[in-house]
Design a protein around this ligand. Structure first.
Ligand SMILES: *Cc1c(COP(=O)(O)O)cnc(C)c1O
Length: 217
């Protein structure tokens, strides 16, 4: 089933769009199956779930952190993480920079922007985004690289609303591009809204349910 799901997605999604399989709650066997079907990028939303999986799965997977990241947990993922998609504060940026330095590497990050109507979703407001980008201290962090933006749309059937939010994120992306040397990624779109996201300019979709099936729990 996973194999078919992956193959269908790979056929349907344009080549320039990276598919990140969100494997939270799913075990090693399922992850291996998705890998063998052609997925290289996997994402988790909790450090305590990501680390054991990273240790146990002996495949050259590119791991993404897509959930809220507490500063005191950065040290556990700094050595191996491929992309932190949920950077949303200066404090966190400094911590990632510090542990990137300790591990002698540069860690790629996306700035997470709050685009949904729900209050509970994490991410920077537009104002906070500009404040961060205009902060010289932020720009002095040499061991993180800001590759683009990430956003989660409102959980709704209203496709017009979702489209509006993705277009808004795209417009921020266009405005900010020139502030960074390698600003290429726009991570938006999940199982229910990835088609809208791609139409709005997404370069990276985060797909859980459509690959692995419904999450139990
Ligand atoms: C769980 C999750 C996804 C994937 O959700 P699906 O609807 O199952 O595709 C994408 N992004 C983030 C940040 C998530 O936490």
């Amino acid at each position: 089933m996973i194999k078919n799901n992956v193959e269908r997605l790979l056929k349907e999604v344009p080549q320039y769009v990276t598919i990140v399989a969100i494997s939270k709650t799913h075990g090693i066997e399922k992850i291996t199956e998705a890998y063998e079907a052609g997925i290289v990028n996997f994402g988790e939303n909790k450090v305590q779930e990501l680390c054991p999986k990273q240790e146990q799965i002996k495949l050259p997977i590119k791991w993404h952190m897509v959930g809220h990241l507490q500063t005191n947990k950065v040290k556990y993922i700094a050595q191996f993480i491929h992309l932190i998609q949920s950077l949303d504060s200066l404090k966190l940026a400094k911590e990632i920079n510090k542990f990137a330095q300790k591990n002698n590497r540069i860690i790629d990050c996306l700035l997470q922007v709050h685009i949904a109507k729900e209050e509970t979703k994490y991410g920077l407001t537009e104002k906070e985004l500009y404040e961060l980008i205009e902060n010289p201290e932020f720009h002095s962090l040499k061991n993180i690289k800001i590759k683009g933006l990430m956003g989660i749309a409102t959980f709704t059937d209203d496709t017009n609303q979702i489209e509006k939010e993705f277009k808004y994120l795209r417009s921020l992306f266009e405005k900010l591009k020139d502030n960074f040397s390698d600003f290429t990624e726009l991570s938006m779109g999940m199982s229910d809204d990835y088609k809208i996201a791609i139409a709005c300019g997404s370069t990276m979709i985060r797909i859980g349910t459509l690959i692995f099936g419904k999450r139990i729990i």
